[in-house]
Design a binder for this molecule. Structure first.
Ligand code: GLA
Length: 391
């Protein structure tokens, strides 16, 4: 659907056919919030909302980019050394950054390209629309040059991540790009962000559905608070390294070390570390529970994760807390937590199939008033979808 739209819009915009079309999904994360940049564990799932990129090479070094979501087009001659400064063109920094990184890695020959982007991953909803755009661009550009090769999913994820952290300049972890590139249909992705080891864990239970509730709010402090947390974790690493030696990330701190040294840490760093240590434990517990088909235990990990993100990591907000509370109150919802960076965006809930409508109705009637906002939430049911693919 999305791919067809990208192909058609490409033909209309450039009056020729694309030579490659790729699509990549957004994601939710069942457990493992803010652990990725701490070398920790995460458990994302690709959702059936995708971004598609259609591409064709040019004979010159011009890059033309269009999106069905954005008026106008962006044109640059040669790949830029720095992100484009104008606000209207800011969206193009994601695909351009990816092309810069791919060219640097020798995965794409940097002659010109025409690109067209279409998709249905909601933006600003904490569902990784930027990673979907980056990974789909990486795959399309790769396929323009190497049409017969299988996609090097990890290399594309790494290039997409470097584009986001280096070119676009957001200090995020690797979860979103790996989820968009490496997830498989019917599975969640158990990813160790330190070793980059991945394992697909079956999640095909038709009795339960994954429901996303987009709070439709995004607070201003989201990105500055994200960077603050990254900095606080780096400070905690320094303190633990001074105490224990050999600590390169909070992944190297376990519960025993935390308990032994908690009293010597400032309160904020103690709470941040406690979140990361316990969250890594919850990811392992959730994987075990999924493998044992104990959906109730997966749900418990999700509720506990939310409480820890709210109280110890302090990245939630009243809108997210309200939706999680509404989930807790609905019979048949087994677990719910915020997903993404926080301060707005979406909640992911695990819901018995026969309770999905009750949950939706409860959210629809209660959210606006209880959260004190004047936007309607948006709820949709998702299935574990395929990562990046050529179309
Ligand atoms: C954002 C970032 C991810 C991750 C999550 C929190 O989505 O892009 O790298 O840190 O927040 O888990």
């Amino acid at each position: 659907m999305t791919a067809g739209e990208a192909r058609q819009a490409f033909e209309a915009a450039y009056d020729r056919e694309p030579t490659a079309v790729a699509s990549a999904p957004g994601r939710v994360n069942l457990v493992g919030g803010h652990t990725d940049y701490n070398g920790g564990l995460v458990l994302p799932m690709a959702i059936d909302r995708r971004t598609a990129v259609a591409a064709a090479p040019r004979d010159d070094d011009r890059f033309r980019l269009r999106s069905t979501d954005v008026e106008g087009r962006v044109v640059v001659d040669g790949l830029p050394d720095e992100p484009l400064g104008s606000e209207d063109e800011a969206w193009a920094n994601y695909p351009l950054g990816v092309l810069v990184e791919l060219a640097r890695e020798g995965l794409f020959e940097s002659r010109g390209l025409d690109l067209l982007v279409a998709g249905d991953v909601p933006r600003g909803a904490g569902l990784s629309s930027s990673a979907a755009l980056e990974v789909a661009t990486a795959a399309a550009a790769y396929a323009v040059d190497s049409p017969t090769h299988e996609l090097p999913r990890r290399a594309l994820a790494e290039a997409a991540w470097r584009a986001e952290t280096g070119f676009v300049g957001l200090d995020c972890g690797i979860m979103d790009q790996y989820a968009s590139a490496c997830c498989r249909t019917g599975e969640v992705l158990f990813l160790d962000c330190r070793s980059r080891e991945t394992r697909g864990v079956r999640f095909g239970d038709r009795e339960y559905r994954v429901v996303v509730v987009d709070t439709r709010v995004e607070h201003e402090l989201a990105s500055s608070a994200y960077n603050d947390r990254v900095r606080e974790c780096a400070e905690a690493v320094e303190q633990f390294d001074a105490l224990l030696g050999g600590v390169e990330s909070l992944r190297d701190v376990d519960r025993d070390a935390l308990v032994a040294h908690a009293a010597s840490l400032p309160g904020v760093l103690r709470r941040r570390t406690r979140h990361v240590v316990t969250e890594n434990e919850r990811v392992r517990a959730a994987v075990d529970a999924l493998e044992a088909e104990d959906v109730g235990a997966v749900g418990d990990c999700m509720f506990e994760s939310h409480a820890s993100l709210r109280d110890d990591y302090e990245v939630s907000c009243v809108e997210l807390d309200t939706v999680v509370e509404l989930a807790w109150e609905t019979a048949g919802v087994v677990g719910a937590r915020m997903t993404g960076g926080g301060f707005g965006g979406s909640v992911v809930a695990l819901v018995r199939s026969d309770a999905v409508e009750d949950f939706r109705a409860h959210v629809d009637t209660e959210y606006t008033e209880r959260a004190g906002v004047d936007v309607e939430p948006r709820t949709f049911v998702c299935s574990p979808a395929e990562g990046v693919r050529l179309e």
